[in-house]
Write a new protein. Sequence first.
Length: 345
Amino acid sequence: MNIQERLEAFWSGEKPDRIPYTVYHTKVADGNDPRAWAELFATGLGLTYKWYPFKLETRDLVTDEKTWTENGKQIRRVAQRTSVGEVWAEWADNWQQKYWLETPGDYRVMTHIVKNTTVVPDLENFRAQVNALPPYAVAWAMIGRTPLQEILVDHVGLEKFSLHLFDYEAEVRELYAAMLTNFRQKVAIAAQSPSKFISNLENFTAETLGPKRYAEFLLPVYEECFPILRAAGKIVGTHYDGRTKSCRDLIARAPIDLIESLTIPPEGDQTLAECRAVWRDKLFWCNINVSAYDLPRAELRELLATLVEQGAPDGRRLAFEVSEALPANWRDSIPVVLDILREMR
């Protein structure tokens, strides 16, 4: 099997010739060594691209972006101006320092922006990109985050999110409702895409939301939207790269086919054995802890054997990936992982 065939088997719940192993295309850019990557792809590593099958068209919006260097850091400030006001955000070396939403007035502006945004198909461009992929690559159709996760991760930030849920509840709910309208449109378009795998980039970690808010804001969106994708023959995956234990029973109920970037302790809070016990039929695309890549070969092999035993005792429903930090020693350690998975076939 090549990597595309392995992933097809993985998504279908069948048994590939060996556990698939992939890397995000953004991580390849972090390790700029085309010759080394070419050798890895030739020996079985897969490359995953994440593209949107739609684009956003806006009205009553002017975006102004400025960049400069300050104290050795590259600063980027983006302002979004409308007829009802403006919001702005700022990044330092691509790390967000100032978020879009800080006041009730900011919420009104962002809600206006969302209501004046139309989601339109970009399927022809998506298909052209997919058709141009090399045989060691696959594409995911992205639908972005669900509304509350987008508010938390992209617009408010963790530090102030809980305060806003309490202090600006009406404004949060109004923005959520506007975003949900657009999210439904994204799902409808993704259902028409040629991609088998549909990625919901939640960046979810349970302690930032808890089971009560998960049940109120996330689960209903999954229950409404994901069956539409399933009916179109798609596999739906959520990017849950953090802790999950406090919400695991709700996650078990959700119509999620695949947990992507699933991360075991110490970053996560559930072993693969615990995950498999509660999510018996879900697919796991597991992120290998970056610290594991520094282990001696024998210890790394023992770890991978344990993960396979826990997550895929029958050789099914498990894949590995590099989805978070690229290991500093990737040129040496990724070939070892590929060798071990080939030995364990």
